[in-house]
Design a protein around this ligand. Structure first.
Ligand code: ZN
Length: 1002
């Protein structure tokens, strides 16, 4: 899945002012929401039940896991041959349960934590979060009959199961369905009599989404049965499970479609199933629908049968062996365009009819990148077709359902007339991400969610590698640190970060790790490893994929295969030991560098932003693959491994400067001694081209970070920025803007208008040359770098109130409004934002009406972000009430809305109050632990640096039951970090700005 991004222009720490792949720092990328909250879905549950408090299930204890495997070995080799690793792991649970039952007194659980069936008052026979592993599914046939008018459906699922260990109950997942009947029949080829057994007892454990069926039949190991469950459920507009989505067609007629979003734990919200990634099975589907719509599934349609009247049934071929979270189906009237890849896979892109002409780029790119991945992974795409579908209401950015990838519309549609350069890049990035998952995640799947990063980190790296392969002229790798490293650093520099591999023991925790650590840190450490090993990295990946295809794996299996592949080429590096430090330690290292003649002395420590004068210390030692270039050899890096706290490397000769982390491929930050910083800054200003584009960007970022933690004077940072007025490349400029934005943000929160104006003046002097050269100019002769830069510079100059910029933006708005003169797509957000902030009331109203009437999702998103930036109190309140009504502003767009509202203090303060007041209504619309909510919390807390307010916010979150959520703690800590920075570092910045404004820059 891809979290969503691309919205705010003011909140993006890690991207520039104008784009935005996602927001600030936390796990909360800007536009995404995800599925409905579990609690929300539960409220639909038709059986009368009570939600139980959490019992604090414990995750797998690794020692027991090993023990369990050993016992299994001792018990018998035959069993081992039949039981794969996943089953071995599940046995561990079984043993625990048997113990628990045999010696109940040793395992006393407080009564209030027990999961009880509400109707019968009986204790549920399984108290853990993970399924008991006594029963394993091999195939499902799902039969569904939805009724969009009544917003409900009936269903039947037939699951072929094998009893792995003697069981009294068959226990599986369900959420929100009414179970009508369950019957068990011995498998057709079973020696047993073909007699059906209806469940005599059906118990529910609501908090763990489980149902237990008891049959008057002894279930012995290796017996095979068919389990048939009849059920019914509701369809809601909740963005999770099997849900409804609405859109208006060109004639203004409202059309409803049915779509799914299952990852991570919502397949169970559509049909009863064994909803854990290791329970792979084959799935087939029969969907009853009205004649005027059609069904899409993971596999091609097999047949359509008329059922009389307006009703037909679509039957689909069985899937390959796969996990439940990758199953998907869509019932809609969507239209498609198709093509075949050079290797024969049929690729189709679907959307509502009026958007048909916006699908060409997605189809072109998908065909190319799918073929690229087939070659890279050396495994043909295992399905006959690949559908990509734009869904009008969609929580995440996109979802990699095998053979049927779903996207929010802005991640798939591209209109050359109205979409910007970045819109196009976003479409390519998301498609590359999802299609790489078809191998990494779908073909080989993590055993359990604790290794989610393996899926998401790899796909987040491949989104760049895939785009780079298909669109090499974009030179996109120089933007990798902007999108992933900066974002990962911002979360990972907190005390409340987590190691990349993390235990997760309930749905809330699973949801919470769809964060910057799994995605962006994961991408960074994969990039670092791939860069270190070169092509042998993919040799290891190929072996891994081939070994575990159609099965599950843990992250150590990948590292092991890569390590074997690298033995010859990198005999001196213990890859497994190295990667262990990156996957098990929280945080990341700061490398301090000292140069003395030809002696390069380096030391590492954990990078943390301070919240007080107390020294932060940590004993963590990473194995860092360092790379460096010097003034003697500026383009050819030397690579060395730092696997201790300190080390000294001898250079062949004395040099003036050393630049570590060549091309920013490593996941660490660097600080140099004062003399070397000075030399680097001199060299950079004398000849910026002595450094690669990525290295120029990296030096800016390292300097800002070193200054932020008090290791470098801000005077030096500003001196370093001197070269920026001559810079012509996108990445360094965006990095500089990001560093300045942090200072501007704190000055805004501190209400220091004088210093803000001084910072604005400084910013104008840095960028005025580029503004004159690029802004508002015809782009036809521009290369891509210039196009992206034009948007960035214009946006920055308008945001610092450069008068010619605002005047021009307002003029263009007027011409668009009065004469319908088109605005170039890349200028649209800048022009709209200027109109919203500096235009008339009528201008604002005109924007809002355009929002209401437009069917273009890209345009709507841009308008919403702009109108939300208004400082007019009545309009802010109006937007908030529109969101609650849910008619004009979709739930999926809440992040865009809040992102706009919090760009200024007026909207921000009111919005935080609004969020607190309407908390319950908001969590009915979006998941309390999902991306969107985390983003909202982050955006609101970003505007607080007052200690009393921070504590009040903490109490509020505790009262709402999320006071212990890592992302909440991280955001609260961030407010303290900002407050401490303002106290200790800001005075120096303000002094410099004052001197600068007087023309006495030191
Ligand atoms: Zn993904």
């Amino acid at each position: 899945m891809l979290k969503m991004g691309r919205v705010s222009w003011h909140h993006a720490d890690e991207d520039e002012t104008v784009d935005l792949l996602q927001s600030t720092s936390d796990d909360d990328n800007v536009t995404s929401q995800r599925r409905v909250s579990n609690d929300n879905v539960r409220s639909l549950n038709l059986s009368p039940r009570v939600i139980q408090p959490s019992s604090g299930n414990k995750a797998l204890d690794e020692t027991k896991y090993k023990y369990s495997l050993i016992s299994v070995l001792v018990i018998g080799i035959i069993l081992i041959m039949m039981v794969n690793i996943g089953l071995g792991y599940r046995k561990c649970h079984n043993n625990e349960e048997q113990q628990q039952q045999a010696h109940p007194s040793k395992h006393i659980t407080p009564a209030q934590d027990l999961c009880m069936d509400e109707t019968t008052g009986l204790k549920f026979p399984w108290q853990k979060y993970r399924l008991p592993d006594r029963v394993e599914p091999s195939s499902y046939h799902i039969h569904l009959h939805p009724n969009f008018t009544h917003e409900d459906y009936t269903g039947q699922v037939e699951i072929n199961i094998t009893i792995i260990d003697t069981a009294e109950y068959v226990i599986l997942h369900t959420r929100g369905q009414k179970i009508l009947r369950a019957t068990l029949t011995p498998a057709e080829n079973s020696p047993e009599k073909q007699e059906s057994y209806t469940a005599t007892k059906t118990l529910f454990c609501i908090k763990n989404d489980m149902v237990a069926f008891h049959f008057n039949k002894k279930l012995k190991a290796w017996d095979k049965y068919s389990l048939l469950i009849d059920f019914s459920g509701n369809l809601t507009f909740s963005l999770g499970g099997f849900y409804l989505s609405k859109y208006k067609n060109q004639q203004g007629k409202e059309t409803v479609i049915g779509a799914t979003q299952f990852e991570p734990t919502d397949a169970r919200a559509a049909f009863p199933c064994f909803d854990e990634p290791a329970y792979k099975a084959n799935f087939s589907l029969s969907m009853v629908r009205e004649k005027e719509v059609h069904t899409l599934f993971n596999t091609p349609l097999q047949s359509t049968t008329p059922l009389g009247g307006d009703i037909e049934r679509d039957d689909f071929q069985p899937t390959v062996r796969m996990s439940t979270y990758l199953v998907a189906f869509i019932v809609s009237d969507f239209v498609k365009i198709s093509n075949r890849t050079s290797t024969g896979v049929e690729v189709s892109v679907y959307a509502s009819k009026d958007k048909l002409d916006q699908l060409n780029y997605a189809l072109h790119f998908a065909c190319k990148v799918l073929t690229y991945f087939e070659k890279l992974f050396k495994i043909p795409f295992p399905l006959p077709k690949m559908d990509l579908v734009a869904v009008p209401d969609f929580a995440a950015g996109a979802m990699e359902n095998w053979g049927l990838v779903t996207y929010r519309e802005t991640a798939l549609l591209y209109d050359p007339m109205t979409s910007s350069v970045k819109d196009k890049q976003w479409v390519a990035t998301v498609i590359a991400h999802e299609l790489s998952h078809q191998w990494f995640g779908n073909l080989v799947t993590m055993e359990w969610w604790n290794d989610l990063w393996l899926n998401e980190g790899f796909a987040s790296y491949m989104e760049f590698a895939g785009v780079n392969a298909v669109e090499p002229q974009w030179s996109i790798m120089s933007e990798f640190p902007l999108r992933h490293a900066m974002r990962a650093f911002s979360t990972d520099s907190s005390n409340f970060t987590h190691p990349i591999t993390v235990n997760v023991t309930n749905s809330k925790e699973i949801n919470e790790i769809f964060d910057n650590i799994s995605y962006s840190k994961g991408a960074c450490i994969i990039y670092m490893l791939a860069d270190l090993l070169g092509k042998v990295f993919f040799q290891g990946v190929n072996t891994y994929l081939n070994t575990y295809k159609f099965d599950n794996a843990e992250n150590s299996y990948l590292i092991q295969k890569v390590s074997i592949a690298a033995r010859k080429s990198h005999p001196d590096i213990d890859i497994q030991a190295m990667m262990k430090t990156w996957t098990t330690l929280p945080g990341f290292p700061l490398v301090d560098v000292n140069l003395n003649g030809n002696k390069l002395s380096v030391s590492q420590s954990r990078f943390l932003y301070p919240t007080s004068d107390a020294q932060v210390s940590s004993s963590s030692v990473w194995h860092i693959p360092l790379s460096y270039v010097t003034d003697n050899n500026p383009m050819h890096p030397t690579k060395v491994l730092l696997d201790a706290e300190h080390a000294v490397f001898t250079l062949p000769q004395s040099v003036q400067w050393v630049k570590l982390n060549h091309n920013q491929t490593g996941y660490y930050q660097v600080n140099y001694d004062a003399a070397m910083w000075s030399q680097l800054i001199n060299a950079l200003n004398a000849n910026p081209n002595a450094f690669s584009v990525s290295d120029r960007s990296g030096l800016i970022s390292d300097a800002f970070e070193a200054a932020r933690v008090g290791k470098l004077n801000y005077n030096e940072v500003f001196r370093l920025l001197g070269f920026i007025s001559q810079e012509k490349m996108y990445a360094p400029i965006v990095t500089a803007v990001s560093g300045l934005r942090y200072i501007g943000h704190i000055l805004k929160v501190q209400l220091d208008e004088e210093a803000r104006n001084q910072l604005s003046s400084f910013t104008k002097t840095l960028f005025e040359n580029l503004y004159e050269e690029l802004s508002w100019k015809n782009r036809s002769s521009f290369n891509r770098n210039q196009m992206k830069l034009q948007t960035t510079i214009t946006s920055v100059m308008c945001s610092v109130k450069h008068k010619p910029c605002i005047d021009e933006a307002l003029l263009r708005f007027k011409q668009w409004k009065e004469e319908e003169k088109p605005i170039p797509p890349d200028d649209v957000p800048i022009v709209f934002e200027a109109a919203s902030l500096h235009g008339t009331l009528e201008d604002w109203q005109h924007l809002w009406e355009t929002f209401i009437n437009s069917t273009d999702p890209n345009l709507k998103q841009k308008i919403l972000l702009s109108v939300a930036q208004t400082t007019r109190l009545d309009k802010i309140l109006f937007l908030q009430s529109e969101f609650l009504k849910g008619e004009t502003i979709r739930s999926q767009d809440v992040q865009t809305l809040v992102s706009g509202l919090t760009t200024n203090l007026v909207g921000g303060t009111i919005t935080w109050r609004f969020v607190k007041q309407h908390w319950d209504q908001i969590v009915e619309k979006i998941s309390i632990s999902g991306f969107a909510m985390r983003s909202i919390i982050k955006l609101c807390l970003d505007l607080i640096t007052d200690h009393g307010e921070v504590e009040a916010a903490r109490s509020f979150f505790i009262s709402k039951g999320i006071g212990e959520m890592k992302s909440v703690l991280r955001n609260l800590e961030n407010s303290e970090v900002n407050a401490y920075w303002a106290e200790t570092r800001l005075p120096e910045v303000k002094l410099w700005l004052k001197d600068q404004s007087r023309g006495t820059k030191p």
